[in-house]
Design a protein around this ligand. Structure first.
Ligand code: ATP
Ligand code: LTN
Length: 334
């Protein structure tokens, strides 16, 4: 490969709205780590997005640093990728304002996440929540991202981002790269252990169904042992057995064994024995991550330095795009 060729750009973001769980690790972060080999990666902690629902300041601060430590602990390498906090790069809000003026009210009100969250928090349906996807578009377009790894729930936001980029490019001239969604090759959806029809979610009130990455071993084991299972007693991966299927997925992730192999290994064995095996394997799977996390989280100077460096690098790219935009819309350049 020609080494002067520019690598394609990846950007993704995660909200610092709670402790991370095993679903984040397997569904998102493991892919983020792999993508570093091939792409120029920007990974941002989107605190501006987080305040679209009410947050306690002390918790938001803690979760932001927790998330930075998690990125590092899973293997995102600050020497190769750019890890930064969204509010440290003011260009995000600046571009979002311009894009707001090119977004229709109808476009935002059609977004499923807006409809869901305004139902969930009827006492706080704010303008920020409404404009959430426009800020997300700014996150992506500032870095001229080629690809955006997102879960299925964010695809609608990415479609809006593409529309805004095309609209602006068409009205003025070529300014933004039109990004594509990146749907990861690996990454099963992990369900809540107490309600296996619902995805495991960090802001879930029922924490006993969520395997947080910072839970201690005893908590992990207990949560798995108390997981809701289905009627019957066979260890089979089947649609009508969501509880056992979810545990099989976890075991598959933790051990690398195939579903068929797991079903065969546990044929004729009971739920109790299976749960014990799942619990032990998940604890082992998480052990190296937890050790690294503890070490990194304890070194706040190091964490802050990574974020300072990440924000500086991000600003260099973001300010270039913003300047182009400001010039095109007709703002006076001094
Ligand atoms: P919230 O509770 O605040 O909505 P969440 O836990 O659902 O948060 P997000 O911040 O929306 O998580 O997700 C960040 C990333 O992690 C997304 O790419 C999403 O696809 C992935 N992810 C989240 N939950 C799971 C899960 N249970 N299984 C697999 N991947 C998941
Ligand atoms: N909305 C996303 C988080 C997010 C994001 C982004 C993802 C904010 N900005 C830019 C990809 C690219 C979520 O809730 N998962």
């Amino acid at each position: 490969m020609d080494t002067t060729e520019k690598r394609k750009v990846i950007l993704s973001g995660m909200q610092p709205t709670g402790g991370l769980h095993i679903g984040h690790l397997t569904g998102a972060l493991r892919n983020w780590v792999e993508l570093q080999d091939e792409y120029e990666c920007y990974y941002t902690i989107v605190d501006l997005h987080a305040i679209t629902v009410r947050q306690e300041p002390a918790k938001l601060r803690r979760w932001t640093l927790d998330l930075a430590a998690t990125f590092l602990a899973v293997g995102i390498d600050p020497e190769r990728s750019h890890i930064f906090v969204q509010s440290h790069v003011p260009e995000h809000t600046q571009l979002a304002w311009v894009l707001n003026c090119f977004t229709g009210m109808g476009e935002c009100s059609r977004m499923t996440q807006f409809k869901d969250k305004s139902q969930k928090f009827p006492e706080n349906v704010n303008v920020g929540l409404f404009a959430y996807p426009v800020l997300m578009a700014a996150d992506i377009l500032l870095y001229q991202a080629d690809l955006v790894p997102v879960g299925a729930d964010q695809k609608q936001h990415l479609e809006l981002t593409r529309n805004l980029a095309q609209r602006f490019n068409h009205l003025y001239s070529e300014t933004f790269k039109v990004p594509e969604p990146y749907i990861p090759k690996i990454g099963a959806k992990i369900m809540n252990l107490q309600d296996p029809t619902k995805k495991m979610s960090k802001s879930d009130e029922n924490q006993s169904g969520v395997l947080f990455l910072v839970d201690d071993d005893a908590q992990t084991i207990n949560k798995i042992k108390r997981a809701v299972t289905d009627s019957g007693n066979e260890i089979l991966f089947r649609e009508d057995k969501p509880g056992i299927s979810n545990l099989i997925t976890l075991y598959h992730i933790a051990t690398g064994k195939t579903i068929q192999q797991i079903e065969a290994d546990f044929a004729g064995k009971g739920y109790g024995e299976f749960k014990k095996a799942v619990a032990e394997s998940v604890v082992e799977f998480l052990r190296p991550f937890k050790e690294r996390y503890k070490e990194i989280r304890a070194n706040e100077d190091y964490l802050r330095n990574v974020l300072i460096q990440g924000a500086e690098q991000a600003r260099q790219v973001a300010s270039r795009t913003l300047q182009k935009v400001y010039k095109k819309v007709g703002f006076v350049q001094l």
